[in-house]
Write a protein that binds this ligand. Structure first.
Ligand SMILES: C[S@@+](CC[C@H](N)C(=O)[O-])C[C@H]1O[C@@H](n2cnc3c(N)ncnc32)[C@H](O)[C@@H]1O
Length: 159
Protein backbone atom coordinates (compact mmCIF):
# COMPACT_ATOMS: atom_id res chain seq x y z
CA UNK A 1 0.00 0.00 0.00
CA UNK A 2 1.22 3.50 -0.88
CA UNK A 3 0.11 6.15 1.57
CA UNK A 4 0.70 9.87 1.08
CA UNK A 5 0.07 12.47 3.73
CA UNK A 6 -0.43 15.68 1.77
CA UNK A 7 -0.12 18.79 3.89
CA UNK A 8 0.22 22.55 3.75
CA UNK A 9 3.34 24.30 4.97
CA UNK A 10 6.81 23.30 5.98
CA UNK A 11 7.17 21.58 9.33
CA UNK A 12 9.25 23.79 11.60
CA UNK A 13 8.99 22.44 15.14
CA UNK A 14 11.79 20.02 15.98
CA UNK A 15 9.72 18.02 18.47
CA UNK A 16 7.07 17.31 15.82
CA UNK A 17 9.68 16.44 13.21
CA UNK A 18 11.27 13.92 15.59
CA UNK A 19 7.89 12.29 16.27
CA UNK A 20 6.96 12.17 12.61
CA UNK A 21 10.32 10.67 11.64
CA UNK A 22 9.87 8.02 14.33
CA UNK A 23 6.45 6.98 13.02
CA UNK A 24 7.63 7.03 9.41
CA UNK A 25 10.42 4.67 10.46
CA UNK A 26 8.00 2.38 12.29
CA UNK A 27 5.61 2.40 9.34
CA UNK A 28 8.32 1.49 6.83
CA UNK A 29 7.84 -2.18 7.73
CA UNK A 30 4.15 -2.05 6.80
CA UNK A 31 3.67 0.31 3.85
CA UNK A 32 5.30 2.94 1.70
CA UNK A 33 4.39 6.16 3.47
CA UNK A 34 5.48 9.63 2.40
CA UNK A 35 4.73 13.13 3.61
CA UNK A 36 4.23 15.68 0.84
CA UNK A 37 4.34 19.35 1.79
CA UNK A 38 2.91 22.06 -0.44
CA UNK A 39 3.79 25.70 0.28
CA UNK A 40 1.29 27.69 2.31
CA UNK A 41 -0.12 30.93 0.94
CA UNK A 42 1.51 33.92 2.55
CA UNK A 43 -1.28 36.03 4.03
CA UNK A 44 -1.68 38.73 6.68
CA UNK A 45 -3.07 37.82 10.14
CA UNK A 46 -6.40 39.50 9.49
CA UNK A 47 -8.26 38.47 6.35
CA UNK A 48 -11.74 39.11 5.03
CA UNK A 49 -14.00 36.12 4.37
CA UNK A 50 -13.34 36.46 0.64
CA UNK A 51 -9.57 36.55 1.17
CA UNK A 52 -9.77 33.47 3.41
CA UNK A 53 -11.62 31.59 0.67
CA UNK A 54 -8.96 32.65 -1.84
CA UNK A 55 -6.17 31.35 0.41
CA UNK A 56 -7.96 28.03 0.90
CA UNK A 57 -8.60 27.74 -2.83
CA UNK A 58 -4.98 28.38 -3.78
CA UNK A 59 -3.73 25.92 -1.17
CA UNK A 60 -6.39 23.47 -2.33
CA UNK A 61 -5.15 23.66 -5.92
CA UNK A 62 -1.63 22.84 -4.77
CA UNK A 63 -2.89 19.94 -2.66
CA UNK A 64 -4.98 18.50 -5.50
CA UNK A 65 -2.03 18.78 -7.90
CA UNK A 66 -0.35 16.08 -5.78
CA UNK A 67 -3.27 13.66 -6.10
CA UNK A 68 -3.42 11.26 -9.03
CA UNK A 69 -6.84 10.27 -10.43
CA UNK A 70 -6.56 6.68 -9.17
CA UNK A 71 -5.85 7.73 -5.60
CA UNK A 72 -8.39 7.18 -2.84
CA UNK A 73 -8.52 10.48 -0.99
CA UNK A 74 -9.30 10.82 2.70
CA UNK A 75 -9.70 14.47 3.70
CA UNK A 76 -9.12 15.27 7.35
CA UNK A 77 -12.01 17.46 8.38
CA UNK A 78 -13.33 18.35 11.81
CA UNK A 79 -16.91 17.77 10.68
CA UNK A 80 -16.07 14.49 8.94
CA UNK A 81 -16.84 10.99 10.16
CA UNK A 82 -15.40 10.07 13.55
CA UNK A 83 -13.98 6.53 13.61
CA UNK A 84 -12.43 4.35 16.28
CA UNK A 85 -8.89 3.11 15.67
CA UNK A 86 -10.33 -0.32 14.91
CA UNK A 87 -12.72 1.21 12.35
CA UNK A 88 -9.88 3.07 10.65
CA UNK A 89 -7.88 -0.16 10.58
CA UNK A 90 -10.85 -1.95 9.04
CA UNK A 91 -11.28 0.79 6.40
CA UNK A 92 -7.63 0.54 5.36
CA UNK A 93 -7.87 -3.24 5.25
CA UNK A 94 -10.99 -3.07 3.04
CA UNK A 95 -9.33 -0.55 0.69
CA UNK A 96 -6.41 -2.93 0.27
CA UNK A 97 -8.79 -5.84 -0.34
CA UNK A 98 -10.66 -3.88 -3.03
CA UNK A 99 -7.39 -3.08 -4.79
CA UNK A 100 -7.12 0.56 -3.71
CA UNK A 101 -3.37 0.64 -3.29
CA UNK A 102 -2.88 4.41 -3.40
CA UNK A 103 -4.30 6.35 -0.49
CA UNK A 104 -3.81 10.03 0.25
CA UNK A 105 -4.71 11.67 3.54
CA UNK A 106 -5.07 15.41 2.98
CA UNK A 107 -4.61 17.89 5.83
CA UNK A 108 -5.60 21.53 5.39
CA UNK A 109 -3.62 24.60 6.34
CA UNK A 110 -4.47 26.95 9.20
CA UNK A 111 -7.70 28.01 7.46
CA UNK A 112 -8.78 24.49 6.54
CA UNK A 113 -9.50 22.71 3.24
CA UNK A 114 -11.18 24.26 0.19
CA UNK A 115 -14.52 22.99 -1.06
CA UNK A 116 -12.74 21.61 -4.14
CA UNK A 117 -10.58 19.35 -1.98
CA UNK A 118 -13.57 18.26 0.09
CA UNK A 119 -15.50 17.47 -3.11
CA UNK A 120 -12.62 15.41 -4.52
CA UNK A 121 -12.28 13.43 -1.30
CA UNK A 122 -13.72 9.93 -1.22
CA UNK A 123 -14.30 10.33 2.49
CA UNK A 124 -13.89 12.88 5.26
CA UNK A 125 -12.31 11.71 8.47
CA UNK A 126 -12.61 13.52 11.78
CA UNK A 127 -10.35 13.03 14.78
CA UNK A 128 -12.97 14.59 17.09
CA UNK A 129 -14.79 17.88 17.06
CA UNK A 130 -11.72 19.60 18.48
CA UNK A 131 -9.41 21.70 16.29
CA UNK A 132 -5.80 20.54 16.15
CA UNK A 133 -2.95 22.54 14.63
CA UNK A 134 -2.33 21.20 11.15
CA UNK A 135 1.29 20.32 11.89
CA UNK A 136 0.39 18.33 15.01
CA UNK A 137 -2.36 16.63 12.97
CA UNK A 138 0.33 14.96 10.83
CA UNK A 139 1.82 13.27 13.88
CA UNK A 140 -1.55 12.19 15.28
CA UNK A 141 -2.53 10.78 11.89
CA UNK A 142 0.73 8.87 11.44
CA UNK A 143 0.36 7.31 14.90
CA UNK A 144 -3.18 6.17 14.03
CA UNK A 145 -2.11 4.76 10.66
CA UNK A 146 0.68 2.87 12.43
CA UNK A 147 -1.80 1.62 15.01
CA UNK A 148 -4.13 0.55 12.19
CA UNK A 149 -1.45 -1.64 10.61
CA UNK A 150 -0.62 -3.19 13.99
CA UNK A 151 -4.30 -3.93 14.59
CA UNK A 152 -4.69 -5.48 11.12
CA UNK A 153 -1.65 -7.69 11.63
CA UNK A 154 -2.91 -8.82 15.03
CA UNK A 155 0.18 -7.35 16.65
CA UNK A 156 0.15 -5.96 20.19
CA UNK A 157 -0.35 -2.24 20.59
CA UNK A 158 -0.98 -0.04 23.57
CA UNK A 159 -4.68 0.14 24.35
C1 LIG B 1 -6.06 24.33 12.12
S1 LIG B 1 -7.05 23.20 11.27
C2 LIG B 1 -8.11 24.24 10.32
C3 LIG B 1 -9.21 24.79 11.09
C4 LIG B 1 -10.31 25.35 10.21
N1 LIG B 1 -11.03 26.34 10.94
C5 LIG B 1 -11.25 24.23 9.78
O1 LIG B 1 -12.39 24.22 10.25
O2 LIG B 1 -10.86 23.35 9.01
C6 LIG B 1 -5.99 22.60 9.98
C7 LIG B 1 -6.35 21.27 9.40
O3 LIG B 1 -6.04 20.24 10.34
C8 LIG B 1 -6.95 19.18 10.18
N2 LIG B 1 -7.66 19.01 11.46
C9 LIG B 1 -7.57 19.76 12.58
N3 LIG B 1 -8.33 19.26 13.54
C10 LIG B 1 -8.93 18.14 13.05
C11 LIG B 1 -9.82 17.16 13.57
N4 LIG B 1 -10.29 17.21 14.79
N5 LIG B 1 -10.19 16.14 12.75
C12 LIG B 1 -9.74 16.07 11.48
N6 LIG B 1 -8.89 16.95 10.94
C13 LIG B 1 -8.49 17.98 11.70
C14 LIG B 1 -7.89 19.53 9.03
O4 LIG B 1 -7.40 18.97 7.84
C15 LIG B 1 -7.78 21.04 9.00
O5 LIG B 1 -8.05 21.54 7.71
Amino acid sequence: MNISIITVGKLKEKYLKAGIDEYLKRLSGYAKVEVIEVPDEKAPEILSAVEMEQVKQKEGEKLLAKVSPDTYVIALAIDGKVKSSEELADSLDKLATYGKSKIAFVIGGSLGLSNEVLQRADERLSFSRMTFPHQLMRLILLEQVYRAFRINRGEPYHK
